[in-house]
Design a protein around this ligand. Structure first.
Ligand SMILES: Nc1ncnc2c1ncn2[C@@H]1O[C@H](COP(=O)(O)OP(=O)(O)OP(=O)(O)O)[C@@H](O)[C@H]1O
Ligand SMILES: O=P(O)(O)O[C@@H]1[C@H](O)[C@H](O)[C@@H](OP(=O)(O)O)[C@H](OP(=O)(O)O)[C@H]1O
Length: 640
């Protein structure tokens, strides 16, 4: 039985329902575009929130193995006791996302208010030549797209074109210099940066040394000196990638998910401002405003922002109404550095984000970000990765380096600074694989921290972006009040997402899958029941029984370790994912990633991670979800 979750607040309506309806209609006619990526060998981004990049290539049929294993028991399910559900979303039929409404539209348009793409120049039969980095799509292509046909950029005269690769690509590329940060919570020494030669993504970096970390409970030497070397950046012809998603049977998913503009090796986040949980909660409840760096969500779109404090993001959000101006005229802004925009506030309001894709250092394949917040990652060297600094994550990774879970998390090497932004330096888990297939599963039955819930009650803030995301999936999901406000509270949205997907029923959800053949699916918002999950998993492994067995073994090992891990026992683990990676060699691994919302419990509290959540007990359902995942893999093996 669902109950309506109201955060104990009422809000004045900013618009009438009627107005909202019109706005929704207007939006529905637009094609959502979620970012720019580089289609070439330099890399691509594939993240779920808003910048889903999907690359179509010929599909390879993978090998199969028909080994069998014994039967497994049924999946156990539960709904956390105190989970407050959004009643409206529980019983509604799934509806197609707005992309299916594209049919009949004649041009691509960019709607900066919600990462949608529009172009006022509709009706052209020839490719539209955009200025100022605008991207153009032929009508014929868009019609094909609306019919669920993949349009291959650059193929033939009807290819989607994107013009005017920004000059600042080169500027950015040549100014990319790493340095070491000297922070209160660690000691690092740095040596001068090395000047890059022009024309490459000159991650010319100093040799840096991370001596010791003194934070939290553990002091630990983290790494020997890491020397970073240049990573080549090849000039690219911008392209627009359009794909359509695989549909789950019985699932009324959109024919097409998100369109991705690609241009010059940069990705554009077209989503508008919003706060992130990290900013809300100070990365999981331990904010240190002077150190805390806001985690950018795909929709946060803080442009080139390096960091902002919790307070700043609050300010941002107070005025967070969607800026509905068309993206096209302002797209150049995305290439403007924050400090060039006159004022520290204004640049945070930029609704676009520049992201420089990169290639795996070791294997030279395009690195993939399958889910998560846009712009959070940068290439490291020697098989390493830079993730935008989050203190909460730093603390966790530091402790995990000395925990039994160490083999199941990326190696952590401390904090590095790049262009005034701090990053956590960690292992690129894809580095050892050749053309890896990747799956991101968000674990747990709850995707927001208790602290986020409390903060939302104390300072409820309306999220227009989340309202938009909600109605894009199910126009009937918002309550009348939310409809009037054209906004929702984050916990309401998160709970709605949980019940829409398998999070509430199975304790995990698939966020995205990218296969070795280049195909990618990040439309699992409505993948809810066990059968749908099994279908997705089976597709991920291409029916390969040996892979299933390897994954199952790894998951069982992980469970064993989790059950005895001191770290795990003493932390509320929310929003963390399992990253599944395999390649054609048969190597299959699973790691825990994303500790941005993993929070230490007050001593002596511990969690079993299986008890259903009731507010105050801080249980996260992580192990319950893992139990179910293991059961599912076992059942698939049995059926194979
Ligand atoms: N260490 C890693 N090695 C390789 N790929 C990684 C690694 N960490 C993250 N990724 C990639 O980036 C994606 C997002 O990672 P992560 O969940 O840490 O980001 P986030 O922005 O914090 O996400 P969220 O929005 O869920 O908080 C993953 O799905 C994966 O594709
Ligand atoms: O997957 P969706 O539907 O796009 O929704 C996002 C997803 O739930 C992320 O997990 C969440 O970030 P956190 O896990 O870090 O809270 C983000 O919040 P945000 O927009 O406040 O960053 C949501 O917008």
């Amino acid at each position: 039985m669902c109950t309506v979750c109201r955060m104990g607040q009422s809000f004045s309506s900013s618009s009438s329902s009627g107005g909202g309806h019109n706005a929704a209609q207007a939006r529905a006619k637009k094609v959502r575009v979620r970012g720019l990526v580089c289609l070439t060998k330099t890399g691509d981004r594939l993240d779920d929130n808003s910048m889903k990049t999907k690359e179509l290539r010929s599909v390879h049929t993978c090998w199969q193995d028909n080994s069998k294993v014994g039967k497994c028991a049924d999946i156990s399910t539960h709904t956390p006791k105190a989970l407050l559900l959004n009643e409206r979303s529980c019983s509604k039929q799934h509806v197609r996302e707005n992309l299916t409404l594209l049919k009949g539209e004649t041009s691509l348009s960019i709607d900066a208010s919600f990462g949608s793409v529009s172009d006022s120049q509709s009706g052209e039969s020839e490719g539209l030549r955009g200025e100022n980095h605008e991207c153009c799509v032929l009508r014929v292509d868009m019609e094909r797209v609306s019919e669920g046909v993949a349009v291959t950029p650059g193929a033939g005269s009807s290819a989607i074109e994107c013009l005017n690769t920004p000059d600042c690509v080169a500027v950015e590329a040549t100014n990319c210099v790493f340095s070491c940060s000297s922070r209160l919570d660690k000691e690092m020494t740095k040596t001068p940066g090395v000047t890059s030669a022009p024309g490459a993504l000159k991650t010319s970096v100093p040799t840096w040394r991370c001596d010791t970390f003194k934070h939290g409970e553990e002091d630990q030497p983290l790494s020997s000196p890491v020397e970073q070397v240049a990573s080549p950046f090849t000039g690219t012809i911008p392209k627009l990638i359009v794909t359509h998603d695989d549909l789950d049977p019985g699932q009324d998913s959109p024919q097409i998910s998100d369109l991705t503009l690609s241009m010059g090796g940069f990705s554009l986040d077209l989503h508008h401002d919003e706060d992130s949980p990290c900013s809300d909660s100070g990365c999981g409840g331990s904010p240190a405003p002077s150190l805390f760096h806001r985690k950018l969500s795909s929709s946060s779109s803080a442009g080139l922002s390096s960091a902002s404090s919790f307070e700043e993001s609050e300010d941002d959000f107070t005025g967070s109404d969607i800026e509905t101006s068309s993206l096209s005229p302002s797209m150049c802004n995305m290439f403007v550095r924050p400090d060039e925009l006159g004022g520290t506030k204004s640049w945070r309001k930029i609704k676009t984000m520049v992201h420089s894709p990169f290639v795996s250092f070791k294997k030279r394949y395009p690195w993939v970000q399958l889910a998560g917040h846009a712009g959070n990652f940068q290439a490291g060297e020697n098989g390493k990765l830079l993730k935008k600094y989050c203190q909460c994550e730093q603390l966790c990774l530091q402790q995990l380096m000395n925990d039994k879970l160490r083999p199941f998390v990326p190696g952590y090497y401390g904090v590095v600074q790049h262009n005034d932004q701090d990053y956590n330096l960690m292992d690129d888990l894809l580095a050892e694989f050749d053309s890896p297939s990747i799956m991101d599963c968000k674990m747990g039955s709850r995707t927001y921290l208790e602290e986020e819930l409390m903060k939302a009650r104390e300072h409820p803030r309306l999220r227009k972006d989340m309202y938009e995301k909600m109605v894009a999936v199910d126009p009937s999901a918002p309550s009348p009040e939310e409809r009037a406000q054209q906004a929702v509270l984050k916990p309401d949205y998160m709970q709605w997402r949980e019940t829409l997907s398998s999070t509430a029923t199975l304790g995990f959800r698939i966020e995205g899958i990218k296969k070795a053949d280049g195909t990618c699916n990040t439309s699992f918002k409505k993948t809810k029941c066990k059968e749908q999950v099994m279908k997705a998993l089976n597709d991920f492994v291409d029916g390969n029984t040996q892979l299933l067995r390897s994954y199952l073994q790894r998951l069982e090992e992980l469970r064993c370790v989790l059950e005895i891990s001191d770290f795990f026992k003493t932390h509320e683990v929310v929003g963390s994912s399992l990253l599944f990676v395999h390649d054609a060699s048969g190597l299959a691994r699973v790691w825990m990633i994303d500790f941005g919302k993993t929070v230490k419990l007050p001593s002596p509290q511990t969690l079993d991670h299986r008890t259903p959540w009731a507010e105050g007990n801080r249980e996260d359902g992580y192990l319950w979800g893992l139990d179910n995942l293991i059961q599912i893999f076992g059942e698939m093996l049995q059926n194979s």
